[in-house]
Design a protein around this ligand. Structure first.
Ligand SMILES: Nc1ncnc2c1ncn2[C@@H]1O[C@H](COP(=O)(O)OP(=O)(O)OP(=O)(O)O)[C@@H](O)[C@H]1O
Length: 256
């Protein structure tokens, strides 16, 4: 589904991503781990089209998308969430979902501008989808609350919900567990698994929470110094001497 070949991101002489090659198979939840500064978020930025790589290629669904920007990738079904949720905090939770543009440009309200009947129908369809998404995420009770008032975990669920409004194919989740309490974390994990198993979403997940990686991810890819150190199942990667060495010096207890 996704193939990276020798990606490099050079920030004025510092290579945050340095010859990174990997493949992500359709239907997987791939875990991306590595010590702080390994280049994981920069790699996500490249995949999601935030900026183009200095060199190397990105193929998505068999096509070269190396130079496509995030909007174009979004319309092809490649969507990302952020470590710090990007909700519109003054809008309600329901409105936040309804703001997400449709996946296919042809479905846009603008395309129907000649017919008010069609516009109303399209709006009703978006609203129905938003309510369905809220029900799936068990957020119906906060539908009319301002998104800015949600807890950290609810905001992460809302971010996941925004990907559901687009019928995403590949979702990049940047530290979904960060700032989420244990109860909501279990819910978030469960929803990610259902979206993967029952709705065909493929995920790549950056995470420092090794419990979540162990529970959800196969394969796991460990990055260090901008490149892939090892790829395999959780236990193989976790016990690899090179991975342990890469993490040496990490002071945060929750990290690997
Ligand atoms: N725009 C930029 N300009 C210069 N250096 C950058 C830029 N963005 C990231 N870096 C550097 O690139 C390296 C990789 O950063 P990145 O955020 O991708 O790592 P990470 O693996 O996601 O780390 P963490 O787990 O702490 O989030 C870091 O040394 C960072 O300081």
């Amino acid at each position: 589904m996704l193939e990276l070949d020798q990606l490099v991101m050079d920030f004025s002489g510092f290579k945050a991503v340095n010859g990174c090659s990997l493949k992500v198979e359709k239907g997987t939840i791939t875990g991306l781990i590595g010590p702080n500064g390994a280049g994981k978020t920069t790699l996500f930025n490249l995949i999601a089209g935030a900026f183009p790589p200095s060199s190397g290629t990105i193929r998505f669904l068999g096509e070269d998308v190396t130079d496509l920007e995030s909007d174009a990738l979004f319309h092809r079904g490649l969507v990302r969430t952020f470590q710090i949720p990007h909700e519109f905090h003054q809008l309600t939770v329901l409105e936040n979902l309804m703001m997400v543009p449709p996946a296919q440009p042809g479905e846009s309200l603008f395309a129907n501008w000649l017919s008010w009947g069609k516009v109303r129908k399209a709006e009703a369809e978006v609203e129905r989808k938003a309510w369905d998404t809220l029900a799936f995420l068990e957020l119906t009770h906060v539908a009319n609350q301002r998104a800015g008032n949600l807890s950290g975990g609810q905001k992460k669920l809302l971010e996941l919900g925004r990907t559901m409004m687009t019928d995403a194919k590949l979702v990049l989740l940047d530290e979904p567990a960060a700032g989420v309490n244990r109860t909501l974390l279990r819910k978030l994990e469960e929803k990610i698994q259902i979206l993967n198993r029952e709705r065909g979403y493929t995920f790549i997940l950056i995470e420092h929470d090794m419990e979540m990686i162990e529970k959800l991810c196969d394969p796991v890819i460990c990055m260090a110094e901008g490149a892939v150190l090892i790829q395999g199942d959780f236990h193989t990667v976790r016990s690899d001497a090179r991975v342990l060495e890469a993490y040496l010096g990490e002071t945060q207890g929750d990290h690997a």
